[in-house]
Design a binder for this molecule. Sequence first.
Ligand SMILES: Cc1cc2nc3c(=O)[nH]c(=O)nc-3n(C[C@H](O)[C@H](O)[C@H](O)COP(=O)(O)OP(=O)(O)OC[C@H]3O[C@@H](n4cnc5c(N)ncnc54)[C@H](O)[C@@H]3O)c2cc1C
Length: 474
Amino acid sequence: MNDLSASPALIERLKSAVGERNVITDDHGREPFENDWRGQFHGRAAAIVKPASTDEVARVVQMLAKERVGIVPQGGNTSLCGGSVPDASGRQVVVNLSRMNRVRAVDPANNTMTVEAGCVLATLQQAADEHDRLFPLSLGAEGSCEIGGNLSTNAGGTGVLRYGNTRELVLGLEVVLPDGRVWDGLRALRKDNTGYDLKHLFVGAEGTLGIITAAVLKLFAKPRSQATALVAVESPDAALKLLAKLRESVGERVTGFELISRICLDLVFRHIPNTRDPLGCASAWYVLVELSDSTQGSTLDNLLEQALGSAAEAGLATDAVLAASDTQRKALWALRENVSEAQKLDGVSIKHDVSVPVSRVPEFIERASAALLKKFPDIRIVAFGHMGDGNVHYNCGKSQADQASRFYGESPEVNHIVYEVVNDLNGSISAEHGLGVLKVDEIKRYKSALELDLMRAIKKTLDPDGIMNPGKVL
Ligand SMILES: Cc1cc2nc3c(=O)[nH]c(=O)nc-3n(C[C@H](O)[C@H](O)[C@H](O)COP(=O)(O)OP(=O)(O)OC[C@H]3O[C@@H](n4cnc5c(N)ncnc54)[C@H](O)[C@@H]3O)c2cc1C
């Protein structure tokens, strides 16, 4: 990409493509699109452009490509790695997809829906529900993140254990390529072995290969019964054994298995109104377990109660509370889903979204914590995550806000300690949030030269001028 910025003439052309009010150039109007959710990444864009159709996206991209202006695709702007904000040059243009928010079609017999990239995740869950189906992607940001962003980050969340991450929920894509051509890959097929599966290039590409404008998503049978419990366990190792035991006794009905450390719950109780400890005594660790079944009247509560009873006898669970109503179920999930928000309200911390083989999660937590405590004896480790997927959110800080801000300067050393353990366990330094700008340098240490070469070759083929989300991922 060269240094050309969006000239006044280009801004006028963009306005003619999408309408004057959908090109935002004033400081105040641009501000929400230039800063990330955590308040850690701040950029400055030449303009924010909000197209409402695939055709408009294509025209906008053609105009920007012609002048080699950097394009930052953006959905709900909930990225946790700075992927969705422009750099500080004032030259890049943010293309925000939020106005492309139509559900184009639902096909219950094919168990699919075709949706536009700017649909908010929660509205898609609702659209599926209205057709008596489930769209299982679920994460803490679901009220504001958009499906284009979910696809571009290959988002995970709490349903991965049973349904897979976003990559596994998509059958087809429509993408505006960096030169403005539209690839119509909106096929709703479960079998299609006709060469390279191109859609997977764009899933998880974080907007570096093109702009996703629409997708065909898989739908599933709605769960008719659910049983949910918060279970106190002594250690991550006990949690791992509990997971194995549950899978032996209730198999695929285990749809959620979230590990939560006590510190997480304390932060939630401190910062999130109307939350309380549903168990009498504090424990160092907990798991939020959920079983689901698509058959009506199934006796999941009994199954879970029995399974937890035998886990307690085996010394794997020390206490548990089962949700007796949907309200109680939601209250238990709120404890888990509010951990990120509570942490944000508590102050800064050095975050890690890592994965290791499920069987090695306890070893990761033990080794990383020991190494960090040796170097930083008063560190506060806030660990939680999707244990059933081997994904730990492993956040490091201090209990006092002023100390925490200073400690943030230790990020390189803290990251190094954590990522070396991850690497040693054949894990990944980004399980579900992506690389964005946050990990763009770090990844060079942990991906092989060959893998990076292949990634660069793909980027060069699709985006030879490097205009798509410059500075992210590679
Ligand atoms: C409270 C909270 C909880 C979260 N929990 C989870 C979690 O459990 N699991 C998880 O995986 N993530 C989680 N996240 C991170 C975030 O919500 C996800 O990464 C989400 O998928 C981003 O969607 P978005 O629409 O906000 O995308 P954005 O933040 O706008 O963009 C994310 C990336 O995708 C690119 N992009 C966006 N739209 C498009 C498009 N149409 N075409 C091409 N590229 C595009 C952007 O350039 C950027 O690189 C959480 C975030 C918050 C704030």
